[in-house]
Structures are given as structure tokens and as C-alpha cells.
Unconditional design. Structure first.
Ligand code: SF4
Ligand code: SF4
Length: 407
């Protein structure tokens, strides 16, 4: 019988998988519940259809299987993982198994008591999200009044001695505030700042017209980041994740499908990428009835886009295919209707015009200034909106010419 507390070596796992490397990352999305209602939330828009959560024992089983498979890094995420009162138990188990653990949180519910308990349980690292450097925008974008609380939580995280990443999702509303966001991270003593430009899946795809920035906004923000890196790079490492809509080549999504990332959704569905739930025809295996090893090495969901054999033209004969692996499957589906197409961010894709149209529309004179937040018809992430979108069966077709679809 396998000793689950002792992970097999990478070499053993590699050999067992017939040359396929084991997962490096496990992302445990413990719950879709969240006190915030972010307009750019990456959770599926129909999350209310998948609200049954794994039990504590089932999650412990997932952690053991993933570690036995070879995973070494573990993110506890959601929704808001602090909504689960067994988080400390899971962190303790993860520590025993030898995972490096990261809590990905909005900070809501992270009391001094829980911080102390999580420290005692062995949590290694905390990633705290802000929506902006101003109370007004932070609270508008999350549809809550949480800015002051988040600031107090950041202070407590540092007082408990955790390394901290501050994360802020960027879009046309807050890109002009990048300098202030960096100042805030420096004042809070964050070791890292992740400035992640919005990826247009989930709720962000629904709200794309409101969130998409202009090229000028991005270039200005990037220049600000460069300036701060030169002057403050020693104190805080700043990551600036560029939105690929403005590129001519796609990103190497997830570092390859089924290559390093293994996500498990609150209901036990195993995800080759955060947004995979939105791909029609992709049956997601569930950890409740399928061993993780089988899911990783044999399931259709994890093998369908692994490697290069699945590619169609123009990727199949492209000399750049090993570099970007054809880009993002979910973006290919959302904008072309077929997940096996080249990511339309690529200017070799016959669907590239769909991306160009979105960028052009963001730059249109009427949309040039950052809009007044309260006047925009943003659809916030909440249960009522999720039920509406789930009932609609599909999200309205893209105005950009693509067929749209469930995000
Ligand atoms: S993006 Fe916002 S609403 Fe979505 S899970 Fe994170 S904190 Fe909650
Ligand atoms: S055609 Fe496909 S493989 Fe070639 S650069 Fe474009 S996305 Fe990458």
C-alpha cells in the first residue's frame, strides 16, 4: 500500500506517467462562498450551480493524493477560503505532508485569532487582495465596504510575521492609480506586489466592455512600474502581468495544459485551468469518484490539450508552437467557438480580428476617459446574478463577432 505521507520522487512519478511530469501546483478552491462581489471575479458565472462543497475528510484525501502524486505547492483559494472553518485543519495536514502553503484571501474574516491559529498550523505565506488604493474604488469594485478592514488585516498579517503578497487586479478604472497602489504596498511592508491585468474569463468576461483599458493606460502604468522597480525594487518585488489582448502572440497558458497545474473546485471537480469549467464538451472528472493519479494521467479533461498533438492549423505547422503551445484554450473557445483553435490573440489566427475589435472599442473616444463607476452597468458577482446567468444557459454572444459562451 502506498505510504501517502511520503511523496514519490519526481522521477518515479514521471516514469509512472509514461513521460508526463507530475503536477507541481495544487490549487484547492475550498468554497465559492465569498463576502465580496468583485466585478472581475474569476469564479464561474454559474457558480451557484456548483455550490456543494467537499467535506473536511474529502479535502484531506485530496491533499494526500496530490502530495503522493508529486505536487509541492499548495494554494488555498475560493471564493474566500476563510469561509471554511476547517481551514486551519487543512493547513495543518498540508504542513505535515510537506506542502509549501499559500492562503489566497480577500482578508475578510482574517482575525488576529485566525492568524495566530494559521501560524501555529504551519501556514507559510499569505496573498491579500485589494481592488484599489482608494476606499471609493476598492469598495465600489467589490460592492462592499471593506477597504479599512483590509488595511487593518494587512497590518496584522505583518505583525504575525507572514511573508505577504499584495495582489491587485488592474483594469481601466484603477490603472491610473498604479503609483498609489505601489505606494500602498510599500507602506504595508509587502514583500511582493502582483499587479495582474484582468484576464477576461468568468465575471471579467461578462464585464469586459467596462473593464478593458486603453493601450495608453497600459503603457503609462508599465512605465510607472519600471520607475518604481528601479527605485524600490529591493524593498518590494513588483510583478506586472500584461494583458494579452494587447499582444500579437498569446501567453503560454498555465505553462501548458495538464503540465504543472491541478485545480480542484469546491464540489470536487478537477480543473486543468481555472476557467476550464466553461468549456462545453469537456467532462471534468471529480475527486469524489476518481483517484487523482488517474485524473492527472488518464482523464480526457487533462489529456485533451496536453502537448502538441491536438493542434489544428495554423498552430500545427507553426514554428513557434513549442514556445506558446497555441495559447489559452478558454480564450480560444470564448472568442472563436472552438477550444482547439489557435488563441485569437495570435495575429496568425483567422479570428484575430475579434481581439483587435475589443481593443479598438476600448480606445473609442466615448470610452477614452475612465468611466464614472456608478454610472456603469457592471454585473457584480453575487448569487442572484449567478442564478440569472446560469438560467440563461449561455452568456449573450460577443459583440466582437465571436460566438461567446459560458465563462
Ligand atoms: S475575486 Fe472577489 S468575489 Fe471573487 S473570490 Fe476573489 S474576493 Fe471573492
Ligand atoms: S499560430 Fe499557434 S503556435 Fe503559432 S504563434 Fe500563433 S498561437 Fe502560437
Amino acid at each position: 500500500m502506498t505510504d501517502l505521507s511520503q511523496p514519490v520522487t519526481d522521477a518515479e512519478a514521471h516514469a509512472a506517467g509514461g513521460g508526463v511530469a507530475p503536477p507541481l501546483w495544487l490549487l484547492a478552491e475550498l468554497t465559492y462562498r465569498c463576502p465580496l462581489h468583485c466585478a472581475f471575479c474569476y469564479n464561474p458565472v454559474d457558480y451557484t450551480d456548483h455550490s456543494r462543497e467537499l467535506s473536511t475528510e474529502q479535502w484531506i484525501g485530496v491533499l494526500r493524493e496530490a502530495r503522493a502524486l508529486g505536487a509541492a505547492q499548495l494554494g488555498f483559494s475560493g471564493g474566500e477560503p476563510l469561509m471554511r472553518d476547517d481551514l486551519e485543519v487543512l493547513v495543518e495536514e498540508a504542513r505535515k505532508l510537506g506542502f509549501y502553503t499559500n492562503l489566497i484571501t480577500s482578508g475578510i474574516g482574517l482575525t488576529d485569532k485566525r492568524l495566530g491559529d494559521l501560524k501555529a498550523a504551519g501556514l507559510d505565506h499569505i496573498q491579500l487582495s485589494f481592488q484599489d488604493s482608494t476606499q471609493e474604488l476598492n469598495d465600489f469594485l467589490s460592492s462592499t465596504r471593506t477597504f479599512d478592514l483590509k488595511q487593518r488585516v494587512a497590518t496584522s498579517i505583518k505583525r504575525h510575521g507572514f511573508p505577504m503578497v499584495l495582489n491587485c487586479v488592474l483594469h481601466r478604472y484603477n490603472l491610473p492609480h498604479v503609483d498609489k497602489i505601489i505606494d500602498m504596498a510599500l507602506a504595508m511592508g509587502a514583500e511582493y506586489l502582483e499587479l495582474a491585468n484582468t484576464q477576461y474569463y468568468g465575471w471579467a468576461h461578462t464585464n469586459q466592455a467596462q473593464l478593458m483599458p486603453t493601450r495608453e493606460q497600459l503603457e503609462e502604468a508599465e512605465a510607472v512600474v519600471e520607475r518604481y522597480r528601479r527605485t524600490h525594487g529591493e524593498r518590494c518585488k513588483i510583478f506586472f502581468v500584461v494583458p494579452d489582448y494587447f499582444e500579437r502572440r498569446p501567453k503560454r497558458c498555465m505553462n501548458g495544459w495538464g503540465a504543472v497545474f491541478l485545480g480542484v473546485a469546491p464540489d470536487g471537480a478537477a480543473l486543468p485551468c481555472h476557467a476550464a469549467r466553461g468549456l462545453p464538451g469537456l467532462v471534468l472528472p471529480n475527486v469524489k469518484d476518481t483517484p487523482l493519479r488517474e485524473i492527472w494521467y488518464e482523464s480526457d479533461a487533462f489529456t485533451r490539450f496536453r502537448g502538441l498533438d491536438w493542434m489544428k492549423e495554423p498552430c500545427r505547422s507553426c514554428d513557434e508552437k513549442e514556445h506558446d503551445l497555441g495559447g489559452c484554450r478558454c480564450q480560444a473557445y470564448l472568442l472563436t467557438g472552438d477550444a482547439a483553435n489557435a488563441d485569437p490573440v495570435c495575429d496568425k489566427s483567422p479570428f484575430h480580428e475579434a481581439v483587435v475589435k475589443v481593443v479598438r472599442r476600448a480606445a473609442a473616444p466615448a470610452a477614452h476617459e475612465a468611466p464614472e463607476p456608478r454610472e456603469q452597468p457592471i454585473l457584480f458577482r453575487n448569487d442572484a446574478n449567478s442564478r440569472k446567468l446560469a438560467a440563461a444557459a449561455f452568456v449573450a454572444p460577443d459583440e466582437q463577432g465571436g460566438p461567446g459562451g459560458r465563462a
